[in-house]
Design a protein around this ligand. Structure first.
Ligand code: CU
Length: 159
């Protein structure tokens, strides 16, 4: 099982740190491969990523979450604005329409964990909860992937 997930992770070029990776099912929602990126020493914010598929017939919405590893847990989007990467909070969360797959990844939609209690260390894992408008809450584990897991973004300097 874990081997298969690592292959999938490799295909998605997320790498496989050997840490526990898993898919989660919550009602009609499939939550695939949550992960957070390693943070530098002293960093107060970290990004979280995952893929959500709605296999049902009604829309749902990721509206928030929580983690004991951080004081705040927000949903953000990054976008280009006149050639400058900007980030803003998704006040109403992220809608996942029936049959749709939404990918949270570096450079786009992401979970923003702020006021970190300690840096995210590569190979570790962060426990958290995701909250959906209709499906409710699900506990997930975010393995910590290395900095090289995706293009490093300076885009969080706005925090
Ligand atoms: Cu952010």
């Amino acid at each position: 099982m874990r081997i298969r997930l690592c292959v999938v992770a490799a295909l998605m070029s997320l790498g496989c740190g050997g840490a526990l990776a898993a898919d989660y099912t919550l009602g009609d929602l499939k939550i695939v491969q949550p992960w957070v990126r390693e943070t530098p020493k002293g960093a107060k914010v970290g990004g979280g990523y995952l893929t959500i598929t709605n296999t049902g017939s009604t829309p749902d919405r990721l509206i928030g979450g929580a983690t004991p590893a951080a004081g705040r847990f927000e949903i953000h989007v990054m976008s280009m604005d006149n050639g400058v990467m900007k980030m803003r909070q998704m006040e109403n969360g992220i809608e996942i329409k029936p049959g749709e797959t939404v990918e949270l990844k570096p450079g786009g939609l992401h979970l923003m964990m702020m006021d970190l209690k300690q840096p995210f260390a590569k190979g570790g894992e962060i426990k958290g909860t995701l909250r959906f408008e209709k499906a409710g809450s699900v506990d997930v584990v975010f393995p910590v992937q290395g900095m090289g897991a995706a293009p490093p973004g300076s885009a969080h300097s706005g925090h």
